[in-house]
Design a protein around this ligand. Structure first.
Ligand code: HEC
Ligand code: HEC
Ligand code: HEC
Ligand code: HEC
Ligand code: HEC
Length: 267
């Protein structure tokens, strides 16, 4: 009897935990109502948002547009903090509430300075609802040549690509060293900080700056690589020593066997 009661309690708890966590990702009157509206006003932004990096991190409609996600009637009342849709030139500040460093870099760039004279805003490159994890694939001819030639973007991409590739190679190396038991904490921190600082470069769209600073990042990465190479060599030597030990053991076993055979033959 007690067992059944406990089991029911357990399932009840699981039910609340599960539905609770599902609900907190999507549960807002904004999504409930807009999900049912057609086109650009509802279905499209809602479906796009569901695929986005923001949905993954639980940044929802009201986190960007404001308003009250719990009150069906007052949801879009300015009294409840609703700010609606930003104008083109308001977008950087709209996104910059959370992406403070990026907004700063962008404002200082030629793109930021040209915002009201044909420069792109955040949405031009990242979209508004289908925002994905940012990679250098965002730099491509289709996107960048909407406003000017692709020559300079192509140069920037080339400049960043090699360092990006080195970053991912080192990340893979560190991960495999970690798997075989090396303490990689400091290396990981080093690389994480280099990566974050490096990824700040792009929004400047300043080729000279990117070129000169990329050289400094490459030097940092070369140092990290040297440390990793050292560790990998140690690992190689360990493997070699391990192999030699196994060989010695096998050899020892054979000799012991031989001695025993000779001994047995003598008897
Ligand atoms: C009861 C249904 C309903 C709810 C709840 C609701 N909306 Fe809306 N929303 C609409 C309708 C209908 C429109 C278009 C007419 C209008 O602008 O009032 C709209 C318009 C909008 C717009 C575009 C406004 C513009 O100026 O073009 C945004 C952004 C928006 N809603 C966001 C939200 C957010 C965020 C929430 C939750 C905090 C929310 N809505 C809750 C029905 C709803
Ligand atoms: C990352 C911030 C962000 C999130 C999250 C977000 N929006 Fe938006 N939304 C924007 C921006 C920016 C615009 C202005 C679009 C532009 O400039 O092209 C916009 C525009 C809109 C519009 C006006 C129509 C249009 O497409 O221009 C509606 C309606 C809307 N959003 C509804 C929603 C709903 C519903 C959700 C949740 C499912 C949501 N938004 C989530 C940033 C966001
Ligand atoms: C001209 C196109 C363009 C514009 C305009 C732009 N971005 Fe980006 N953004 C990119 C590219 C390309 C990357 C990837 C850079 C890389 O991987 O080195 C990126 C990276 C990012 C990242 C990830 C950076 C990191 O540190 O991990 C964020 C967040 C971001 N952008 C937000 C914004 C916001 C907010 C704005 C507006 C203030 C904006 N972007 C304007 C193209 C753009
Ligand atoms: C309410 C806060 C908030 C607002 C407003 C917001 N974001 Fe984000 N954004 C986040 C969070 C949280 C993440 C996930 C964690 C991270 O990567 O920083 C994220 C991630 C991103 C990424 C991926 C970063 C990466 O590492 O590759 C991009 C790109 C991005 N946002 C662009 C935008 C753009 C463009 C806007 C405006 C339309 C915007 N964000 C508005 C909170 C916000
Ligand atoms: C909405 C229009 C628009 C889009 C989209 C756009 N740019 Fe620009 N870009 C401008 C304007 C305007 C300028 C300044 C005038 C000029 O050089 O043409 C500029 C200038 C530049 C410059 C020159 C900086 C210098 O020092 O001469 C680079 C580099 C650049 N953009 C890179 C990019 C990249 C990379 C992309 C794609 C990820 C991109 N742009 C997308 C409008 C845009």
């Amino acid at each position: 009897m007690k067992k059944i009661l406990l089991r029911n309690l357990f399932f009840l708890l699981m039910f609340f935990l599960l539905t609770g966590s599902i609900a907190s990702a999507d549960d807002s009157v904004c999504i409930e109502c807009h999900g049912g509206l057609s086109g650009q006003l509802g279905e499209i932004p809602t479906a796009e948002w569901h695929t986005s990096v923001h949905a993954t991190h639980r940044v929802s409609c009201h986190d960007c547009h404001g308003g009250d996600p719990t009150d069906y009637v007052e949801a879009m009342s300015p009294d409840r903090g609703f700010i609606g849709v930003p104008d083109y030139a308001e977008v950087p500040a709209f996104c910059g509430r959370c992406h403070v460093g990026v907004e700063e870099d962008y404002r200082a760039s030629l793109h930021g300075q040209m915002l009201e004279f044909g420069g792109p805003n955040c949405v031009s490159c990242h979209e508004s609802h289908a925002v994905q994890v940012a990679t250098i694939d965002l730099i491509n001819e289709v996107s960048c040549s909407r406003c000017h030639s692709y020559d300079k973007p192509a140069l920037i991409k080339q400049e960043i690509s090699d360092t990006e590739a080195m970053l991912s190679r080192l990340e893979t190396s560190i991960a495999s060293l970690y798997r075989v038991g090396f303490d990689t904490g400091r290396l990981q921190d080093e690389l994480f900080s280099t990566r974050n600082n490096f990824r700040r470069l792009f929004h400047s769209v300043d080729i000279e700056k990117i070129r000169s600073e990329t050289a400094a990042f490459d030097a940092d990465l070369a140092e990290t690589k040297a440390t990793i190479d050292g560790l990998e060599e140690t690992l190689g030597q360990r493997k070699l020593a391990g192999g030699a030990l196994v060989l010695l053991l096998i050899l020892g076993g054979c000799i012991a066997l031989l001695i025993r055979r000779t001994y047995e033959d003598h008897e």
